[in-house]
Design a protein. Structure first.
Ligand code: ZN
Length: 285
């Protein structure tokens, strides 16, 4: 009687073991098949981070790349990045510095300290402010690959997902520029139906050059140049961009009086919705 009970138990264990093995064998191909699909179904996301008086834009591509364009004026960018990224995601695949003013570069020093940065794009324009020099030294110490942007070009992130770099149109490497704003990298991002024009602090002189270049400037999402100042977002330029949404990255009660009311009215007259980081916080698409 006891022997039969032991045999029944043994058989039950064998059946459970076989079922377990069959389950694992079936689960492996199912996981193998669906996991890449789950990954590529992720959408493209753009976040204009609320970093006070400065610029910081995080793009997450459907291919799990994190692209950071500028880092704002201080370490506050770290908390803003952590709000957007998963807790385990500590990499910035591509860091872009549009131009070396403190309100764009200073936060990037902290980002290199706290995240794994794989690659950096910048123009190489000469500037001797401490934050910029510290950022450059840190990149060199950590052997992060640096790429000079010296002409319009395409940077591909995956199928139908890329940066169309429109400016600079000539090299600024080692050049002492009279106006650093006008050395800003200008790029149009295309991905999964999203289209955003990012102009750094480029002013009307660059806007005119871009218009004359014949480049397609139209974009549904437009980060206004130079924090909504009247040095940028000229009438002719914004007509060419013809955005649905315009983002002004700006700090509350800043000493520069940004943004300019005329720029806001100009955009609103065209039917563009204006979103300000000082009022709305981080703006996401
Ligand atoms: Zn700025």
């Amino acid at each position: 009687m006891l022997k039969r009970k032991i045999n029944t138990q043994k058989r039950l264990y064998v059946v459970l073991l076989v079922l377990g093995i069959v389950f694992v064998l079936l689960a492996i191909p199912v996981f193998w098949f669906y996991y890449p699909k789950i990954q590529t179904e992720k959408k493209s996301e753009i976040a204009f981070l609320d970093v006070g008086q400065g610029d910081a834009v995080l793009i997450q591509t459907p291919f799990r790349q994190n692209i950071l364009i500028d880092g704002g004026p201080d370490g506050s960018v770290i908390q803003k990045l952590e709000e957007e990224l998963s807790w385990w995601d500590r990499k910035i695949d591509l860091m872009v510095l549009t131009h070396p003013h403190d309100d764009h570069v200073a936060g990037l020093i902290d980002v290199i300290g706290k995240f794994h940065v794989a690659k950096v794009l910048y123009t190489g324009v000469t500037h001797d402010a401490p934050a910029y020099l510290e950022w450059l030294a840190l990149i060199k110490n950590r052997h992060i690959p640096l790429v000079i942007i010296d002409r319009p070009q395409k940077i591909v992130f995956g199928s139908d997902c890329f940066f169309d770099i429109l400016y600079p149109r000539a090299s600024y490497l080692g050049v002492s520029a009279a106006n650093l704003n006008n050395t800003s990298i200008v790029a149009k991002y295309f991905c999964a139906g999203q289209e955003a024009l990012l102009t750094g602090d480029a002013e009307i002189a660059v806007e005119k050059e871009l218009a004359e270049s014949g480049a397609d400037l139209s974009a549904r999402i437009f980060k206004t140049g130079h924090h909504g100042s009247d040095t940028s977002s000229g009438e002719d330029f914004v007509r060419l961009v013809n955005p649905e949404k315009a983002i002004i990255s700006v700090g509350a009660d800043n000493k520069f009086g940004h943004p300019n009311l005329r720029v806001i009215k100009r955009l609103e007259r065209m039917g563009t919705e204006v979103l300000r980081t000082d009022l709305a916080g981080t703006v996401r698409f």
